[in-house]
Structure formats: structure tokens, C-alpha cells
Write a protein that binds this ligand. Structure first.
Ligand code: NAD
Length: 702
């Protein structure tokens, strides 16, 4: 249903009804328009109230209609707002809860607004790289003043209604009520109907209000400077300032025209495309094609973690933060104590920084139970193993879990490289086994790769996907393969980084180029942070498994020098004691030069564009294989992995979105050029069949 209509005394009540948030989809807009027409035609109705069903007034546009014909079909939002604003009978919005985006713009088209305390009010369009497009930038300054309105528009953040109610001179809300908001709105509507009928005055419209500011030029200059510093890679915030300035300096209709012009222009920017892609990608990631939404789920009320090392401790904190009891198990008492002390220290640091209240810290620690005894974890609903990365150790743990855990418990492994199907086969209940690949630091990083084994049951998947939401992770499903989605791709990126060193780059040059592109950290700084010995161990395995695969030897030489990274104070860079600043190292540069000489390579100067494209396209090509093999089920899942786990720049939307925006034909052309470079690896640049096919068809990944 879109919207429904009822009459309360002499007032027509139109209720937006489009769960979950009363998005303004086509059927809802049509329902409101029909309701207004009916109310205006009915002589027994003197006024109209618009409200929302459930807990929201309206969350704005219906994201399920994004990009479809229905999204803009008449009555579109602008037409609907005009209908309300021009109605000859008073229209009152009864804001019963969340009122955002188009929902707020609709409410601003009403003659008055009544609100409940605690309602979240926002214009979040800037978060999708846009500005409000249905009058928000012109009407909000008229009811809240320029500065308050601009803060709301440029941040996109929700503000509670009671705070806005206190804004001096505000006319956003006529009333705030603790009681039934529809009753209050009906009473107001009825009073206003009588008052305006008696006076014969026109009904008040937000568009007719004056916008004033004591010193507009200085203020907008200040606002522009602020926004420039904050917005960096995104054009929308600066355009919010332009639109709000127009509310002050232009006639209403001219301001509306500028708002539309800016909105349309932003819609086509790569930044807005990237943000919308990420927004929809996050939602799409939680859906698994063959696991329907109504799949029954298991209850997770108690969690156990095996291993209290770097990952085990961080993983446990996620559940403690969500208020779930966690039992953490080690084999040795000193390891257990060390693990618990680390968790305690992490929380204490948060308390010191004022990020966590002392009582909450106590409550979280009270939920943690350390143990050396498997009997204490047997009744957990979910157990996550985070022990050493060795198949023999995993085998011992999973056999023990199989023997101890209650029936129906979910048995998860945090392995980053081992075969989850083999781990599942150590148990007599492979259907209950799943990979939960957290990233370090596990209590901070958003990404969770959910590794679906061949036998993993659908209800296990459905349960862990919901559990990921509880602990505020972005979960992406990956099939079983070496490195899953993220690390399998990063290995190719790392290989290419090595070739760049051999050909003439320094680590700092490569890092700077990709960081300028927007990555949080270049490959060499990342290696130093993660530990260069991890990659060394993987390469040693590869030299045996895939002897034909070429790697630059520079990373091995680095490890032979004992330069394992930040943890030993030296890696690709030098580090001052206790500091994380990467200082270029002469020793490393000499090592790379010596290696080049040994290979007889005359170094050449490599431009930033070539560096960036070689690194990013190496991700894209491997991703195309991952997609084709079904390891990832959709391209946007791969982008979510890179945006939330690998510091890929958000304004580029992830490797697949970026490749699409460049055009896959152009990506393949560049790869052919790289393949012709005798110092690179021609087989590396062989386009994956899916990439070659899409490029030839003029198609895209996303
Ligand atoms: P770690 O060495 O810091 O911790 C492992 C812990 O497991 C140690 O405290 C050890 O005492 C304990 N342990 C060993 N055998 C045990 C057993 N049989 N029973 C109970 N406890 C046992 O290692 P980590 O970095 O936390 O890695 C753990 C797992 O997480 C590995 O599978 C690793 O591949 C994976 N992982 C690590 C990272 C990372 O960045 N460190 C990221 C993702 C996944």
C-alpha cells in the first residue's frame, strides 16, 4: 500500500504507508495526490493532515525505485509539494518520527508542522554526492535561518527535533507534542481552518518567507572555506553552499531553478555515481541470491572465541560492544591473561579519550569470561576460531569443537588463507561450518568476509549475515579460494608493485602516487604495517605451488635484511622508535638499485598515471576472474570489500566502479600496452575472459 485516507471529524488524515520507512515511491506519491484531491472535493473536510505509518514520517526517496522510470513519474515530488502548498484548505504535517530527504521537503510544502520529540530530521542527499532536489535548499533556510539550514544540508547528518525546536526564530515546527501527534495536528488544522476562513487571508507558504542574514558575504565566504577543507574529493558540499546562498540572494523560483540545475549536474559526476554505487552496494551485499530473506535463522545469544591473540581479542570486543556474552579460550594461562589484558587496555584507552563511558567499560568487561576449558564454551551459539594459521592446529581445534559444542552451534574460522572446506571436513557437521574473515584491527575494521563453504547451510549464512549487522560490520560473501576476495586481489597488486620497483620506482614514489589517487595507504606502507614476513611466507608457498609465477625478488631481499616492518622499526621505510611516520630508507633504495643492476635493468622514470593504472588494473583483472568463477557473486561485492577493508578511495567507488567509469575498452587497451613492456609480465596482463568479453561488448561490470 502507498498511502491511506481517513476522516477524523472535519479533518482528512493521509497516512504515508510504505514500509520500512515510508519512502516516497510512485504508489505513495499517487496515494497522497489522490488523498489531497479527495479532501479538497469533500465539503465536509476543512483541513488536511499528512503523517506516516509506524515509526517514520518518511525517509525520503524509495531506494528500490532508484534509477527507474517510477522514481520520476508524475506526480513527482515537486508536483506533490506544489499540490500541498497551493491547497486552499490548511495542510499540517504530523511528523511522527524520522523525517529525511524528500520526506522533509514534503513536510516543508505543508502550511504547518507538528512534531514529536526525538524525531530525526535530515537532508542526507550530500552523502550520495547530491544536494536536496525538491526545494530543501530553498525552504529550510526560510524556516531555520541560513546557518542552521546550511549545517544540516552540508553535513547530511540527522538532528533531533527538540534541538531544532530550540533554534531562535524557527518556524520549522509550529508545535512539539508529547501526546498523539496526529491528534495535535488535527486540532491545529481545525483551528487554523476556522481562523483563515474568518480572516480571508491566504494560507502561509514557506516559499513566501524572507531569508535574512546580518553579514551574508562574509558568512558565505567563511562557509566556502570550511567546506573546501572538509570535502576534499567531493564536489557536492560546495554546491550546497551555492544553493543556500541563492535562497538568500535570489527570488524563490530562481533559487529553485538553480537547485535543480546543480542537482542534475551532480547526478552525472563520477563522485556521486561512486557514492550511490557504494550506498546500494552495501545493501546488496547483505542479500544472497539463493538465501531468501525469510530463511529461518538460528539464535545467537552466547559467543565463544578460541585463541586470544591479535584477532581473537579484537573479534571478542565486537560482541562485547554489542552486549553479547563472550567466553574466550586459550590453552595456556599466560596467553589467556595477555589476551584479556590487551582487551582491557584497548577499552581503557577509549575511556581515556572520552569515547567510552567508565560504566559501559565495566559492563563490557563483565560480559567477558576467560577460560582454559572447552566445557565452558560448549553451550555457545557461535564459536569463532582464531588460533595459529596452521592446518594441523585448526584440525585439532575443530575436532575438539565437533566433540564439545552443542548441536546447532555455528562453528566459524577466522582463517585468512586456509581451505574452509577442509576445515569443515574435520567435523561431522560441515553444514554448521563457515568462514568469518575479520580484518585487523578486528574491533575497528568494517569489513567481514563471510566464507561460504561447499556445505555451509543456508540458515547458517542467513544467521551470520544478520549477526554482522548486529556488530556493525559490512559483510560480503566469498566462495572458498586462496585469499578469498580481498587478499587474492591484493597479491596481484603487490606483485605489480614489485615490478614497478624493478623498473625504476622507489617505494615512496609508488606509495605517493596511489595515495594521491586516494588510497589510504600505498602498498609498501601497508606491507610495513601488516608485517612483510606474512607476504614472504605466502611467496615461499607460491614458489613451490606455482613455480612459473613471477615475483620481484625485492620483497624477499627486504625480508632477508630483517626488515619486517613497523613491528621491528624498519621495513620498506625506517621508523623512529614509537612512531609510525614512514621515513624513506637509503639502505632499501640501495638494495633495490643493486637488484636492478644484477638483473641488468636500466631504470626509467615512471609517471604517476602509469603507476596508478598498473596497480588498480591488476586488482580489476583478478577481480574479473573472481567474479567469473563465482567466488564473488556480484561486482559491487568486490567494491564493498575494497572500500571497507583495503582503503580504496570512496569517491572512486571501488575498483570495478572505477574501471567501469574509465570504460572497460580503455582498461583492456592499457593492459595490452603494459603487456608489451618486456620488464613487466605479459601473462599478468592477459585480460581475464570476463573482462575481455565485457570490453568487446561495450558492457560494464556494475
Ligand atoms: P596470534 O598469533 O596473534 O594469535 C593466535 C592465538 O591463538 C595465540 O594467542 C595462541 O596462544 C592461540 N592458540 C594457538 N593454538 C591454540 C589452540 N589450539 N587453542 C586455543 N588457542 C590457541 O594470531 P592472529 O594474528 O590473531 O591470527 C589468528 C588467526 O586469524 C589466523 O588464522 C590468521 O590467519 C587469522 N587472521 C589474522 C589477521 C591478522 O592481520 N593478524 C587477519 C585476518 C585473519
Amino acid at each position: 500500500m502507498g498511502a491511506h485516507y481517513e476522516q477524523r471529524g472535519q479533518v482528512a488524515v493521509i497516512t504515508l504507508d510504505n514500509p520500512p520507512v515510508n519512502g516516497l515511491g510512485y504508489a505513495t506519491r499517487l496515494g497522497v495526490a489522490d488523498g489531497v484531491a479527495r479532501a479538497l472535493a469533500d465539503g465536509s473536510v476543512v483541513a488536511i493532515v499528512v503523517t506516516g505509518a509506524g515509526k517514520s514520517f518518511s525517509g525520503g526517496a524509495d531506494i528500490r525505485e532508484f534509477g527507474s522510470v517510477k522514481a520520476v513519474a508524475e506526480p513527482n515530488l515537486l508536483s506533490l509539494i506544489k499540490l500541498l502548498e497551493d491547497a486552499p484548505k490548511p495542510v499540517v504535517a504530523a511528523i511522527n518520527g524520522t523525517c529525511m530527504g524528500g520526506g522533509l521537503e514534503l513536510a516543508l510544502g505543508c502550511h504547518w508542522r507538528v512534531v514529536v520529540p526525538g524525531a530525526l530530521i535530515a537532508l542526507p542527499e550530500v552523502k550520495l554526492g547530491l544536494i536536496p532536489g525538491a526545494g530543501g535548499t530553498q525552504r529550510l533556510p526560510r524556516v531555520l535561518g541560513v546557518e542552521n539550514a546550511l549545517n544540516i544540508i552540508v553535513s547530511g547528518e540527522p538532528v533531533k527535533s527538540e534541538l531544532l525546536m530550540m533554534a531562535p526564530g524557527q518556524t520549522l515546527f509550529a508545535e512539539m507534542t508529547q501526546g498523539d501527534v496526529v491528534d495535535a495536528a488535527c486540532a491545529l488544522a481545525q483551528t487554523k481552518a476556522a481562523e483563515y476562513a474568518a480572516s480571508g487571508k491566504p494560507l502561509p507558504r514557506v516559499r513566501d518567507l524572507k531569508v535574512e542574514h546580518a553579514n551574508p558575504d562574509a558568512y558565505f565566504q567563511f562557509a566556502r572555506n570550511m567546506v573546501k577543507g572538509m570535502a576534499k574529493n567531493f564536489p557536492a558540499p560546495a554546491r550546497c553552499v551555492d544553493a543556500v546562498e541563492a535562497a538568500l540572494k535570489r527570488r524563490f523560483d530562481d533559487g529553485m531553478a538553480l537547485e535543480r540545475e546543480i542537482f542534475t549536474a551532480l547526478m552525472f559526476t563520477p563522485e556521486s555515481k561512486a557514492l550511490r554505487h557504494a550506498f546500494l552496494g552495501e545493501r546488496a551485499a547483505s542479500k544472497i541470491a539463493d538465501v531468501p530473506d525469510d530463511t529461518p535463522q538460528r539464535v545467537i545469544a552466547k559467543v565463544a572465541v578460541i585463541g586470544a591473540g591479535t584477532m581473537g581479542g579484537g573479534i571478542a570486543m565486537n560482541f562485547l560492544n554489542a552486549g553479547l556474552p563472550v567466553t574466550i579460550l586459550e590453552t595456556q594461562v599466560d596467553a589467556l591473561e595477555r589476551g584479556v589484558a590487551t582487551i582491557r587496555r584497548n577499552y581503557e584507552a577509549q575511556v581515556k579519550k572520552g569515547k567510552l563511558k567508565a560504566d559501559k567499560y565495566e559492563a563490557r568487561m563483565a560480559l567477558l569470561k576467560p577460560t582454559l576449558d572447552y566445557a565452558d564454551v560448549a553451550d555457545a551459539d557461535l564459536v569463532i576460531e582464531a588460533v595459529f594459521e596452521e592446518m594441523g592446529v585448526k584440525q585439532a581445534v575443530f575436532e575438539k569443537l565437533d566433540a564439545t559444542m552443542k548441536p546447532g552451534a555455528i562453528l566459524a574460522s577466522n582463517t585468512s588463507t586456509l581451505d574452509v572446506d577442509r576445515i569443515a571436513a574435520f567435523t561431522k557437521r560441515p553444514q554448521d561450518v563457515v568462514g568469518l574473515h575479520f580484518f585487523s584491527p578486528a574491533n575497528v575494521m568494517k569489513l567481514l568476509e563471510v566464507v561460504r563453504g561447499q556445505e555451509t547451510a543456508k540458515d547458517v549464512l542467513a544467521t551470520v549475515m544478520r549477526m554482522a549487522k548486529t556488530i556493525r560490520k559490512t559483510a560480503v560473501v566469498s566462495g572458498v579460494c586462496d585469499g578469498f576476495i580481498g587478499n587474492r586481489m591484493i597479491e596481484q597488486y603487490g606483485r605489480q608493485g614489485g615490478f614497478l620497483l624493478e623498473e625504476g620506482c622507489t617505494p615512496a614514489q609508488v606509495d605517493k602516487a596511489i595515495e594521491k589517487f586516494g588510497f589510504a595507504m600505498g602498498p609498501f606502507r601497508m606491507g610495513d604495517l601488516a608485517g612483510n614476513d606474512i607476504g614472504w611466507a605466502i611467496r615461499k608457498r607460491r614458489y613451490v605451488e606455482k613455480p612459473g609465477m613471477r615475483y620481484s625478488k625485492t620483497a624477499d631481499l627486504l625480508c632477508e635484511m630483517g626488515r619486517f616492518g613497523q613491528k621491528v622499526g624498519k621495513g620498506w621505510y625506517d621508523y623512529a622508535p614509537g612512531k609510525r611516520d614512514a621515513i624513506p630508507s637509503d639502505d632499501v633504495v640501495r638494495m633495490i638499485e643493486g637488484h636492478r643492476q644484477a638483473l641488468g635493468i636500466a631504470p626509467r622514470k615512471i609517471g604517476d598515471d602509469e603507476i596508478v593504472h598498473r596497480l588498480v588494473f591488476s586488482l580489476v583483472n583478478e577481480a574479473a576472474k573472481i567474479l567469473e568463477e563465482g567466488i564473488a557473486s556480484k561486482a559491487s561485492d568486490i567494491d564493498m570489500v575494497y572500500l571497507t577493508g583495503y582503503g580504496f578511495p570512496l569517491h572512486r567507488g571501488g575498483p570495478m566502479c572505477y574501471a567501469d567509469q574509465l570504460g572497460l575498452f580503455n582498461v583492456v587497451q592499457a593492459m595490452k600496452k603494459f603487456a608489451a613492456n618486456p620488464l613487466d609480465d605479459a601473462s599478468f596482463w592477459q585480460p581475464a575472459p570476463l573482462l575481455a568479453r565485457l570490453a568487446a561488448e561495450g558492457n560494464s561490470f556494475t
